[in-house]
Each structure stands twice: as structure tokens, then as C-alpha cells.
Ligand binder design. Structure first.
Ligand code: NAP
Length: 242
């Protein structure tokens, strides 16, 4: 059976993506780091809507933890493979570069970028053998435009976009597409302390986006019909920057 794995599926954009992919008929593997209550809520929302899901907590920034979790999943699912991978888990640790500590830099690069490498590398073999796959990376406006106070986050997301374009070319012959979405300001826990009233003035659409508005683009890229779209970045930002 074809599964979908969504990293950071417990909350925010990841939860909305899990719900969309489950509605498309995929059994969804919901990854998260530590917030079990939120992950269980995602699971229950999927099941209430008639979908199937299972939880798989692991730290995406830890190469060994990724290997162990995915190996364990594969052992218990010998006839299944992950056909749709959404690399969504992310954090931000904003600071002006002059004040930024090593840990702020490294943790953001580990969680937003290195995780893509650890997880995608591990799951690619299955997609290549089955000759079908969809990899969708959640980047950011910050990775396209650069945002002051986010040199770490902008670097991670820009690198993720570069990796998306390179990998797309490697695996296109195997009918695997690799794309990214680049959200602007989306109303989630990650942006909850920002001043939306102030920031909305610079967004042409006049508001923050909703997680499901990002999930809709992810679901579009996951479809069979999107098979000739690869190496692309879709901006979802209310016209803030394209
Ligand atoms: P969020 O509400 O803060 O949720 C973050 C999710 O990532 C949670 O499920 C969290 O798990 C998980 N996570 C964080 N670190 C992890 C780790 N080391 N291992 C496994 N899971 C981890 O964030 P969001 O706003 O939905 O953001 C989702 C993605 O969109 C991120 O990549 C973010 O950079 C990107 N993005 C967001 C915005 C925005 O405005 N919100 C804009 C552009 C891009 P726990 O629940 O266990 O903590």
C-alpha cells in the first residue's frame, strides 16, 4: 500500500497536510517530536473524517533517530512503502546575526534542512524501486527573499529550495517529482506571537494565510495529475512576494 509521511504533522501546516492527504485516500504517517496531545488530535481528526493514520514520533534533526524510526516502520510494514513524503517539520530561532549563537544557527539548519537529507535519502530507494513518488518540501518566503533577523532560517530554506531543484533532476526518470512550497505568513503556533494587525498592512491579500491554504497546494503537487511538475517552488503568500 502507498503511504504518505508528513513530518511535523501534529500541528499547524503539517496537520492540515495530513488531513488533505488522508482525504485523498492515503494512510498517513504523522511524525512529530514531542507534542503527543496535538499528534493524537491530528489522528482523531483524520479518523473522524474516515481516513487512516498512525503516529511515528522522532526527532527529524537526529540522523540516527530518523534511521531507527523508519527502519522500524519498514519492518512492521513489509508490503508497504512511503509514496508521498512531505518534509514539513521546522523551527525558527530568530535573532540579528550579530547576536546569534551557534545553537540558534545549528538547530535551525539541523531541523529545517538536514532533516530533509536524512529522511528523503532513507525513503528514496522505495520510491525508485516502485517507480513512483512525490516529495514536497515546505520552504518559506524567507528562503526566497531573505528576511532580516532570520539569517539561519533563510539559509536553511534557501538551501532546501536548491536541494529540491537538484534532486528533481536526479529522480525525474523514475517518475518521482520533487517540489517545494514557500508560504508567507500563515496563522500557526510559529507565528502566534507576531503582530498580525501590523504585518497584514504589507500583505496585498490583507491577512495571514490559513494552514489549509498551504495544504491545498501540497495536495495538488501530490496528485497523479501533477506528474509533469517538478523542481518547482509554489509561493503561497497572499501576494506578498512572488
Ligand atoms: P508549528 O505550528 O510550529 O509546528 C511545527 C511542527 O514541526 C510541529 O508538528 C512540531 O512537532 C514539528 N517539529 C518541530 N521540530 C521537530 C523535530 N525536530 N522533529 C520532529 N518534528 C518537529 O509550525 P508551522 O507554522 O506549521 O510550520 C510548518 C512548516 O512550515 C515549517 O517548516 C515552517 O518553517 C514552514 N513555514 C511556516 C510559516 C508560517 O508562517 N507558519 C511560513 C513559512 C514556512 P511538535 O508538535 O512535537 O513540537
Amino acid at each position: 500500500m502507498k503511504y504518505a509521511l508528513v513530518t511535523g504533522g501534529s500541528r499547524g501546516i503539517g496537520r492540515a497536510v495530513c488531513l488533505r492527504l488522508a482525504a485523498m485516500g492515503y494512510p498517513v504517517i504523522v511524525n512529530y517530536r514531542s507534542n503527543s496531545d496535538a499528534a493524537l488530535e491530528t489522528l482523531s481528526l483524520i479518523e473522524q473524517a474516515g481516513g487512516k493514520a498512525e503516529l511515528l514520533p522522532f526527532d527529524v534533526a537526529d540522523s540516527e533517530a530518523v534511521e531507527k524510526a523508519i527502519d522500524g516502520w519498514m519492518e512492521s510494514h513489509p508490503d508497504d512503502y512511503v509514496a508521498v513524503l512531505v518534509n514539513n517539520a521546522g523551527i525558527r530561532r530568530d535573532n540579528l546575526m550579530v547576536f546569534m549563537q551557534d545553537d540558534d544557527w545549528n538547530s535551525v539548519l539541523d531541523t529545517n534542512l538536514n532533516s530533509f537529507f536524512y529522511i528523503t535519502r532513507r525513503l528514496l530507494k522505495g520510491m525508485m524501486t516502485k517507480r513512483w513518488g512525490r516529495i514536497i518540501n515546505v520552504a518559506s518566503l524567507s528562503g526566497l527573499k531573505g528576511l532580516a533577523g532570520q539569517t539561519n532560517y533563510s539559509a536553511a530554506k534557501a538551501a532546501l529550495i536548491g536541494a529540491t531543484k537538484a534532486l528533481a533532476q536526479e529522480v525525474a526518470p523514475r517518475k518521482i517529482t520533487v517540489n517545494a512550497v514557500a508560504p508567507g505568513f500563515i496563522a500557526t503556533d510559529m507565528t502566534s506571537e507576531l503582530n498580525e494587525d501590523e504585518l497584514r498592512k504589507m500583505i496585498p491579500a490583507g491577512r495571514f494565510g490559513q494552514p489549509d491554504e498551504v495544504a491545498a497546494a501540497v495536495a495538488f503537487l501530490a496528485q497523479e495529475d501533477a506528474s509533469y511538475i517538478t523542481g518547482n517552488v509554489i509561493s503561497i503568500n497572499g501576494g506578498l512576494y512572488t
